[in-house]
Design a binder for this molecule. Structure first.
Ligand SMILES: [Zn+2]
Length: 725
């Protein structure tokens, strides 16, 4: 059987030719290829050197990650039951390879002899970083443990793959289970393209009823609730709307849907995902919690007494830029109280405003985005729907390309010849200012069946063995009906710039000659979110917006008054986002610090980790049962790491302030920022940051952006106060 995953390993992936049945043989072939390298290192008769041991060792995971990256594209962007079912066997095989390599005592001995002599071998900084990364792999894999402890670690690791698989499959099914029929009356205020998506969901569900239905449609129908199924069966061929949580940007919808009952329903549908039988996630995440703690306990057995991890949170933070829970707590302490104080005042304002405008019932969390929009319109004349008319997706893409080209002195050229995961995807070749080839960017922007919710960026192919890096950025914009414009709301534009920022990091971050140090691979998310979050900040700058925001019908440039209204109203309720991150992070930390014997259920954690404020409920934190960041893989870098979004946001504000305070496209700063991206993981996070800023990160720009730049903070501390770490 020909297999596109095996036959042409050096060609760009042919997504159209890959079928689910290709993955298992391909992963076996990748396994053998890697083990052949391992044997070669072990059979080498010469004394271990960096060249004959470390360099080949660095290559051992390449074949496997190549297959996994392509599998990831299918899993996230074009999934099906057949693809979902491959998660377990593929993950197990990858784990087996890691253990085979990093628990091999003969190999470890060769590695150790180079590692121990590292200061005498004349190695450069990058080679030292490679050694440190690999040392971490050996330690993580249990090399320092006794054979019995290793065995226990392997059992724990294997079980965690199963718990994650269970979590993921529950989440996918539960998302469909929470879907509900939307009546005509409930659609007030919802834009056409969103309605079109809901109509498509409905049609897909109806299609799933018939005997000859496609598998994907049948599976979708099967997972719907009995209530929805009954409705569909009596609906016949009629049209209708079916709301599926995760397939749409909920916050956007909460801001514009006029029917209060509908808002409450979408809010609850999201909250209840993963909580109802037969798809409840309480059990798999409880087990993950217990096994993560167990894993740390086992690793501790190989560590000296004074270097023991206290719990999973302590372990996870030891690998980050923040470095410790104390450093994160110090950041929270600095900004939480002033943000919360302002948020409480804003909620009071909104409560009064809603009452004046006819809502007599108390304000609920599903009302907050809606009344915020109204309040901004009445107070500053700002209407996000009006601005959306200037944000057609093609213009936004052009706008981003224009911005990134100028900032980094690079060039994008659309290339329609690449095979892509869906016909919706647009692919671009990227070149540097001297015509040198940088890599390929895939943009997959629209929601569809089989694509997971949210937005993310990933690497489809690493820059190894002469191949170009391929990065993909993914959003879930509602796909407009044929011939209609795809209007994007401002929040989605920010998300677009964010994910594109991650992709730029993956594309540009290949400076090191060792791919293990490329892109985002070796650094924690409190650093790798910075490259994404700093890009967001250009999106709505006056001069940038004026370049790309053109009316979808008339082509007219966005009026100055609308830009001013947007900028003036921006800070109202802006504090909700960092507070949401703090609230989510507290849940995450408490969950990962709790002794398993004292862990009762998620509701208990939610209650104990609640922000100390009467309006805490007005923030929509993520329920643990659908907190994908934490459970998408056994050792997700966001587990005990959700705080990263806040840590990185303060650093990104700091990075951006160098432009904001001089010129948005300052040439020298642009070069320096490109270097920041180009570093990838070739230096430590602090080194890369300091090289750009000339000092450690400061929260001062963040406090200024969020309007919590209290006079006290100014008078008692120098402007460039470094963050405690
Ligand atoms: Zn991100």
């Amino acid at each position: 059987m020909s297999n596109p995953l095996i036959d042409n390993p050096n060609q760009t992936p042919d997504f159209q030719a890959v079928k689910p049945e290709h993955f298992l043989p391909a992963i076996d072939a990748a396994y053998d290829e890697s083990m052949a390298i391992v044997d070669e290192i072990k059979n080498c008769d010469d004394l271990p050197t960096f060249e004959n041991t470390i360099e080949p060792l660095e290559k051992t995971s390449r074949a496997m990650s190549r297959i996994f990256s392509i599998y990831g594209a299918f899993y996230s962007n074009k999934s099906s039951k057949a693809i979902e079912e491959l998660y377990q066997p593929l993950s197990r095989k990858a784990q087996k390879l890691t253990k085979e390599i990093f628990q091999d005592d003969a190999l470890a001995a060769r590695f150790k002899s180079v590692y121990d002599a590292r200061d005498t071998l004349g190695l450069d900084d990058e080679q030292i970083r490679v050694l440190q990364e690999l040392y971490g792999e050996f330690e993580e894999s249990g090399t320092l443990l006794s054979p019995a402890d290793r065995e226990e670690l392997n059992t724990v690791d294997e079980a965690m793959i199963d718990f994650c698989a269970q979590y993921k499959s529950n989440l996918a099914a539960s998302t469909n289970q929470q879907a509900f029929i939307v009546s005509q009356a409930e659609t007030a205020g919802i834009p056409e393209d969103t309605l079109a998506s809901m109509e498509e969901n409905f049609a897909q569900a109806i299609a799933g009823i018939s005997a000859g239905a496609k598998d994907a449609d049948k599976e979708f129908y099967e997972e719907l609730s009995d209530e929805v199924k009954q409705h569909l069966q009596t609906a016949g061929n009629a049209k209708g709307y079916l709301f599926v949580p995760e397939r749409l940007a909920i916050d956007t919808l909460l801001g514009i849907a006029e029917d209060r009952g509908f808002r409450e329903k979408i809010f609850n549908a999201l909250n209840n995902t993963g909580t109802e039988a037969p798809y409840t996630n309480e059990a798999p995440i409880r087990l993950l919690q217990e096994y993560r703690q167990k894993r740390v306990e086992i690793l501790n057995r190989g560590r000296p007494q004074n270097e023991q991890y206290k719990d999973y949170t302590d372990y996870a933070l030891s690998k980050t830029m923040a470095g410790s829970l104390a450093a994160v707590e110090a950041l929270f302490d600095e900004i939480e109280a002033p943000l919360l104080k302002r948020f409480e005042e804003e909620i009071q304002t909104l409560t009064e405003f809603a009452a004046e405008n006819g809502q007599n019932d108390p304000l609920e969390p599903w009302d907050v985005p809606f009344w915020t929009e109204r309040y901004k319109k009445e107070t500053w004349g700002y209407d996000s729907k009006e601005l959306s008319e200037y944000l057609e997706v093609g213009n936004v893409i052009e706008g981003f390309i224009d911005h990134a080209s100028e900032l980094f002195n690079i060039r994008f050229e659309e290339n329609k010849n690449y095979s892509t995961i869906s016909d919706d995807v647009r692919a671009f070749d990227i070149y540097d200012d001297k015509g040198g080839y940088i890599g390929i960017l895939h943009m997959d922007l629209f929601a569809r069946t089989g694509k997971r919710g949210g937005a993310w960026a990933t690497t489809y192919q690493s820059a190894t063995d002469g191949k170009p890096v391929i990065s993909a950025m993914n959003c879930n914009l509602p796909k407009p009906a044929a011939g209609k414009p795809a209007l994007v709301d401002p929040v989605q534009v920010t998300t677009f710039f964010h994910e594109a920022g991650h992709s730029l990091n993956m594309l540009l971050g290949t400076r090191s000659r060792y791919p293990i140090l490329h892109g985002t691979s070796a650094h924690a998310s409190d650093f790798t979110e910075q490259q994404a979050m700093v890009q967001e900040r250009w999106a709505f700058e006056r001069e940038v917006l004026k370049r790309y925001a053109k009316h979808y019908k008339t082509g007219a440039a966005v009026p100055d008054a609308l830009i001013e209204a947007k900028l003036e109203s921006e800070s109202f309720m802006a504090d909700r986002q960092p507070l949401l991150i703090i609230q989510n992070a507290r849940r995450d930390f408490l969950f990962h610090s709790t002794n398993p014997s004292r862990y009762r259920n998620t509701a208990d954690i939610h209650e104990k980790a609640k922000l100390d404020s009467p309006v805490a409920d007005m923030i929509r934190p993520y329920p643990l049962t659908r907190f994908d960041h934490l459970f998408s893989s056994p050792q997700s870098s966001y587990a005990a790491g959700y705080y990263s979004y806040l840590w990185a946001d303060t650093c990104a504000a700091d990075l951006f302030s160098f432009f904001k305070d001089s010129s948005l496209y300052d040439t020298a700063r642009g070069v320096a920022l490109r270097e920041f991206y180009a570093d990838g993981c070739a230096r430590t996070t602090h080194e890369t940051f300091n090289r750009f800023a000339g000092r450690a990160p400061s929260t001062s720009a963040f406090r200024k952006e969020y309007g919590i730049d209290t006079p006290a903070a100014h008078s008692s501390e120098p402007d460039n106060k470094p963050k405690p770490s």
